[in-house]
Design a protein around this ligand. Structure first.
Ligand code: UDX
Length: 432
């Protein structure tokens, strides 16, 4: 497994749990040293136990020595980052191709090289061409095996997938990939073998479709506010239709994370470059970008029109609960805008401080939600951490100086918030 990030580390640990011997490689010597000392550098529920169990069984190894690992590998996964290149929406494939150049000299017996990272359509074929140039003599096949892991539930998603998707047009590789995933297919998780371009495109299409559901319900929520409908009721009624499904119909401040924004951008780029624009997804992206920006104005309005010299308690800043990841989180847009409008920001997030400290300068970090609320005029729920759902609203109100509660994730019931004496602003509900 080349890459010990969110995808590589979870995949390596899960494959070793299946009984395979996995060497996880990363250039980052600190990260490998941490892993070899039993520390897991990312927050993912259950990952530390999984890593520890398999490391002590010597099924899971961590190393910076790519050469030795490659020489003895039957299967090589490329799970390095493919970040969005700032400005042009392209996926940056430099890490992928530098890994390809590093493995080329060390290929020995027949080897299956598989992209796990999300890559633009055609990348597997490009990797194959590159490797053939570097090693015309080597016996290898390049496949695509995109993952559908959600941060915060990555192990569950890996071990209980709706499907395993493999882009592969070589019989030998198919046999190896079937063996690799046997433990899952025994649990009748279907393994789908498709063309490599289909697998690569399906990954972007799946993420973009999910992002579309989110932008859709976010716009419906704003209409609900205007017509006195309740977006939760509308979402439940719509989601009850088996053709639609009730997942990813929760309104919020917009989607974030390291995947949706990047994959939506890349699909838009791929569509444009191939003269088949995905205009629907272009609209999904602009709805989402504008929504994050509009949230600061919504908070300002709930505060009576101005947040100047106001203290705002922001509860939750990670892009979603059960992660420490702040990439493209709505808070990265909303908090600085509130600061520009003259507000003082106090933040509590169970895991957000680790990366938030340098991504959100000039804020006061609190150790609990009640601590953040101390003396605040306004409290804002940005991320629906479970512990924020259990807050004692009366106590929260007593800590505050003001009485405005803005809930951008609809985690509270309006009547209970009113009882606690708050002026309550949520998303798409008649009480707004
Ligand atoms: C996503 C895909 O779900 C996963 O299959 C893919 O492999 C990686 O990208 P992830 O980004 O980890 O996973 O988180 P996800 O749970 O999908 O949430 C993404 C964003 O959408 C978050 O900001 C979340 O707050 C937001 N979201 C999600 C909503 O606003 N409403 C919803 O109903 C669901």
């Amino acid at each position: 497994m080349i890459g010990a990030g969110y995808v590589g580390l979870v995949s390596a640990a899960c494959f070793s749990e299946f009984g395979w011997t996995v060497t996880c490689i990363d250039k980052d010597t600190d990260r490998i040293a941490q892993l070899n000392s039993g520390k897991v550098p990312i927050f993912e529920p259950g990952l530390d136990n999984l890593v520890e169990r398999n490391r002590s069984a010597d099924r899971l190894r961590f190393s910076t020595d790519l050469h030795t690992a490659v020489a003895s590998a039957d299967l090589i996964f490329l799970a390095v980052g493919t970040p969005m290149r700032r400005g042009d929406g392209h996926a940056d494939l430099s890490y992928i191709f530098s890994a390809v150049e590093e493995i080329a000299p060390h290929l020995q017996a027949f080897t299956v090289i598989t992209t796990k990272s999300t890559v633009p359509v055609g990348t597997s074929r490009e990797i194959e061409l590159k490797l053939k140039q570097l090693r015309p003599d080597a016996d290898f096949v390049v496949c695509s095996n995109p993952e559908f892991l959600r941060e915060g539930s990555a192990i569950q998603d890996f071990t209980h997938p709706d499907r395993v998707l493999v882009g592969c047009d070589d019989e030998r590789a198919r046999v190896i990939m079937e063996r690799l995933y046997k433990p899952l297919t025994l649990r009748n998780a279907p393994i789908m073998f498709v063309g490599r371009e289909s697998a690569e495109l399906a990954k972007y299409a799946a993420n973009s479709f999910l992002a579309m559901k989110i932008s859709f319900i976010n716009e419906i929520a704003d209409l609900c506010s205007e017509v006195g409908a309740d977006v939760q009721e509308v979402a439940n009624a719509v989601g009850a239709d088996g053709r639609i499904g009730d997942k990813f119909l929760h309104p919020g401040p917009g989607y974030g994370g390291s995947c949706f924004p990047k994959d939506v951008s890349a699909l838009i780029r791929i569509g444009r470059e191939n003269r088949a624009p995905i205009s629907l997804i272009e609209q999904v992206q602009s709805i989402n970008d504008e929504r994050k920006i509009s949230m600061a104005g919504r908070i300002e309005k709930a505060a009576g029109g101005s947040v100047r010299d106001k203290i705002i308690a922001v509860l939750g800043v990670t892009f979603k609960p059960n992660t420490d990841d702040m990439r493209e989180a709505p808070s990265i847009v909303i908090v600085p805008m509130l600061q520009e409008k003259g507000a003082t920001i106090r933040i509590y997030d169970p895991q957000g401080r680790k990366h938030g400290e340098d991504m959100l300068p000039g804020v006061i970090w609190a150790d609990s939600a009640l601590d953040a609320a101390q003396g605040a005029d306004i409290a804002v729920i940005l991320t629906e951490w479970n512990e924020l759902r259990a807050l004692d609203l009366e106590t929260l109100k007593d800590k505050m100086r003001g009485d405005v509660l803005v809930d951008l994730r609809n985690i509270y019931r309006p009547e209970l918030v009113a009882e606690a004496g708050f002026r309550y602003q949520s998303i798409g509900r008649p009480s707004d």
